[in-house]
Design a protein around this ligand. Structure first.
Ligand SMILES: Cc1cc2nc3c(=O)[nH]c(=O)nc-3n(C[C@H](O)[C@H](O)[C@H](O)COP(=O)(O)OP(=O)(O)OC[C@H]3O[C@@H](n4cnc5c(N)ncnc54)[C@H](O)[C@@H]3O)c2cc1C
Length: 322
């Protein structure tokens, strides 16, 4: 059959055009990357902690800043939509997927170096690995992050925090890349950290590496604190089920979980998505949830909490794709 027949319909033609266009982008990227670094039509269920969502047209796993820069160059020139992810622990991808390119900065880009009281980590280093490096070097101040399942890049972008600590308290400087591939250096207050927000998010920068400033401490006490915070997590959070952590930001002078419980939603379910029985601030995937279930439950919770308390909850999780 000749695919270019005029009776093919505009939807078919636009799909074909997109396929040819993405083929061309693939051919350019494969000149920069090795095959195992360039995944196509990849299920984002496998790359997000909520374990829902459709396919990304391409997922790129860069090893170096040079590769990130070259990939970005191709994507910009071709006007391909693209986004950045770390471990996908604060991310929900819609069931229809993402028709652009996702750059995943995780295990491939995860070097950590300790120098005096400072630790510099590439964006893909896990917070657990950075906390372990701090403990081994006898550095205190990062214990709060040891149980957060994200990467350094995701944590800086989100100003992640727990148990009275947040990235804002420890981040000294960041090397990032802007949308045009230009390297940007941020120091201290230039990160503009506020509750789960940063200059990185606002300007859509890509975190490449971040240096944190810690203090000398006793390795045994550091380990004890990490263990005790992680035991608290296991006790309070539904870590046995897929989730994206706390779905909503903490409203001023209140707690999202408490408001959700007061609205009578503990254990409330839509499809395979459920308000956790253990911690109402979490939505868990109880087996066969779709992204649509999770998104519908988020909306339901917001509506019911607003009706019950007058508080409008705001999502902490990021939703990708439409
Ligand atoms: C069980 C569980 C417990 C959690 N507990 C906590 C907690 O205590 N405190 C807390 O704050 N969060 C918590 N989270 C949420 C999540 O782990 C954090 O927000 C984490 O910082 C996200 O990192 P990530 O690498 O997974 O980012 P992703 O989920 O991959 O991405 C999140 C956002 O960051 C952006 N991003 C990722 N990498 C980069 C980069 N290199 N440069 C620029 N932007 C980037 C993405 O574009 C996206 O907007 C929890 C999640 C789970 C599943």
């Amino acid at each position: 059959m000749n695919l270019w027949q005029p009776n093919m319909g505009s939807a078919g033609l636009s799909l074909l055009y997109r396929c040819l266009f993405m083929d061309n982008v693939y051919n350019q990227l494969i000149n920069i990357l090795q095959q195992q670094q360039l995944l196509t039509q990849i299920s984002m269920k496998e790359h997000t902690s909520m374990r829902v969502g459709g396919e990304a047209a391409m997922l790129v796993l860069p090893y170096s800043v040079a590769e990130i820069e070259q990939v970005l160059h191709v994507l910009l020139r071709a006007h391909v939509p693209h986004t950045i992810m770390g471990n996908g622990t604060n991310l929900i991808v819609s069931d229809s997927g993402y028709s652009g390119v996702i750059l995943k900065l995780a295990d491939n880009f995860a070097a950590i170096r300790v120098c005096g009281n400072q630790i510099t980590a590439q964006a893909g280093a896990s917070l657990a690995a950075v906390s372990n490096a701090a403990w081994r070097a006898g550095l205190t101040g990062f214990e709060f992050a040891s149980g957060i399942p994200g990467t350094m890049g995701g944590a800086v972008a989100m100003n992640a925090g727990a148990y009275d600590g947040e990235m804002k308290d420890v981040v000294l400087k960041t090397t990032a890349m802007d949308e045009n591939g230009k390297i940007i250096h941020l120091n201290g207050e230039e990160h503009e950290f506020s509750y789960r927000k940063s200059f990185i998010q606002k300007q859509k920068l890509i975190v490449l590496e971040t240096t944190i400033q810690l203090e000398a401490g006793e390795a045994d006490r550091i380990k004890e604190k990490m263990q005790s915070l992680n035991a608290r997590r296991r006790e309070k959070q539904p870590l046995n089920l897929p989730s994206a952590g706390s779905v909503f930001k903490r409203p001023p002078d209140n707690f999202a979980g408490k408001l959700i419980e007061q609205a009578g939603l503990r254990g409330f379910r839509i499809g395979g998505a459920q308000v956790s029985d253990k911690h109402c601030g979490f939505i868990v995937n109880i087996g066969d949830a779709t992204a649509a279930d999770v998104i519908a439950l988020i909306k339901w919770v917001k509506d019911k909490v607003y009706e019950n308390s007058g508080v409008m909850l705001e999502e902490e999780v990021k939703i990708l794709g439409g």
